[in-house]
Design a protein around this ligand. Structure first.
Ligand SMILES: [Zn+2]
Length: 216
């Protein structure tokens, strides 16, 4: 990057950097031939090597929480890919509930479109909104209801897609039915919001049992 006398070889890098950075470099003397070889490097990488991982970490403002077991649980979930991505987005808080839409300034109304009672967060839609409550109250053991409804959202997903969570009255293929239900609850909300109608001719639970049977 510099001649033997320490003057910068501007032709090699001046078109790669912003002018304010070039001014800062101009205030410095380049390395001389007697010093170690100088080269372009990526300061965030090991041995100044560029890696996608380090760039991604900078882009998201820190290291992703890779140690949360929920990501492995979703990755190893035996259901179909589309629903695995749905769960991943839900656990990332990226699904476009009204609460998330308001956070992104797409709307000023955070209310639930279905029950008009409470903020439409993703856990409200999948856990506490009346259509969801009716299903969970029907399927979850009475002595497990309190624990079921008081889990952190990621734990709630993670425990229910791990066989043996022990919440359901009928544990047989509970992981499949649970995910089919939350998927259909989300689709139900979208059908009401975007088509102004309930596209579910049967109940959400019946649709979910059917879907769980298909993806088994
Ligand atoms: Zn609601």
């Amino acid at each position: 990057m510099a001649y033997e006398n320490g003057n910068w070889r501007w032709d090699l890098f001046q078109n790669l950097l912003w002018w304010n950075i070039l001014l800062r470099i101009a205030a410095l003397k380049g390395s001389k031939a007697s010093m170690n070889r100088d080269c372009v490097g990526w300061s965030q990488g090991k041995d100044n090597e560029f890696t996608i991982k380090s760039a991604y970490t900078i882009r998201i403002g820190g290291s992703p929480d890779l140690h949360d077991p929920i990501w492995k649980r979703i990755h190893h979930y035996r259901g179909i890919q589309r629903i695995k991505i749905f769960m991943w987005l839900a656990c990332q808080g990226k699904l476009m509930s009204n609460d998330e839409m308001a956070r992104r300034h797409f709307t000023s109304d955070t209310g639930c479109f279905v029950c008009t009672n409470g903020t439409e967060t993703i856990d409200h839609v999948l856990m506490y909104c009346p259509p969801a409550l009716a299903i969970w109250n029907d399927l979850i053991k009475n002595d497990k209801l309190h624990e079921f409804f008081n889990l952190d959202f990621r734990d709630w997903i993670g425990q229910n897609i791990t066989t043996g969570a022990g919440f359901a009255k009928n544990q047989h293929d509970w992981d499949l039915l649970f995910v089919a239900i939350i998927w259909n609850l989300w689709c139900f909300l979208n059908s009401v919001v975007f088509y102004n109608e309930d596209m579910y001719n049967g109940s959400i639970l019946n649709q979910s049992c059917h879907l769980a049977g298909i993806i088994q």
